[in-house]
Design a protein around this ligand. Structure first.
Ligand code: DGI
Ligand code: FE
Ligand code: FE
Ligand code: FE
Length: 189
């Protein structure tokens, strides 16, 4: 099944509260802008943005069931439940929405954690998720400023803010987030 952009938008919009749809609209417009700015594909980046939080409001037990049944990394279950909607979202995009584009599916899958060797599409969606106009957290304006000249520097600042928050709450940090940040720093020009 390959649904039209409008049909996908309507199906995603109807499964989330209005506030989360506003956030999704922000991630869509920001992803398009970042793609145009950094030489990405705005149409595919927007598709990933539309679907990135599709599983955000699933009950925890349903997310956990998909993680187990689809043989997703078991280590996910040892870390914050907030991480689970991303890989489950990629599964839903493929299984329920017929998305086959592997870069779109990966951008959804890794939009929360990041990963090593992030693709341009991964970076665009993950950064758009941090800096869309509706976001308001300490440091978000610095991320928006950095994004004017470097996708990577802005994304590092985003991961820094998440890692600092997790450290301050004495929470575990998912290894992919550390690997993503290390890799981005290593490849800074
Ligand atoms: O779904 P959103 O709220 O739009 O944003 P997101 O998908 O980036 O989810 C971010 C949440 O995940 C945020 O509250 C922090 C939490 N989280 C918990 N552990 C980790 C983590 N995020 C990352 N990147 N790494 C973690 O280890
Ligand atoms: Fe998310
Ligand atoms: Fe994120
Ligand atoms: Fe999001």
């Amino acid at each position: 099944m390959n649904r039209s952009r409008e049909a996908i938008i309507e199906a995603v919009r109807s499964q989330m509260p209005a506030k989360r749809w506003d956030h999704t609209l922000g991630v869509m417009t920001t992803s398009v802008k970042l793609a145009e700015q950094y030489g990405g594909d705005p149409v595919r980046a927007e598709l990933a943005a539309i679907l990135h939080d599709v599983a955000k409001y699933w009950p925890i037990d349903r997310l956990e069931r998909v993680v187990r049944e689809q043989h997703m990394p078991a280590i996910l279950l040892e870390h914050d439940k907030q991480l689970w909607h991303a890989p489950v979202g990629a599964f839903v995009a493929e299984n329920d929405f017929g998305i086959t584009d592997p870069e779109v599916l990966d951008a959804i899958r890794y939009h929360t954690s990041g990963r090593e060797q992030m693709t341009l599409m991964d970076k665009i969606v993950c950064l758009a998720d941090y800096m869309e106009p509706g976001r308001d957290f300490p440091g978000v304006n610095n991320i928006r400023e950095l994004a004017k000249h470097s996708l990577e520097e802005a994304l590092i600042a985003g991961f820094d803010s998440t890692i600092e928050l997790l450290v301050s709450k004495k929470k575990r940090i998912y290894p992919l987030t550390i690997l993503a940040r290390n890799d981005l720093i290593q490849h800074l020009g």
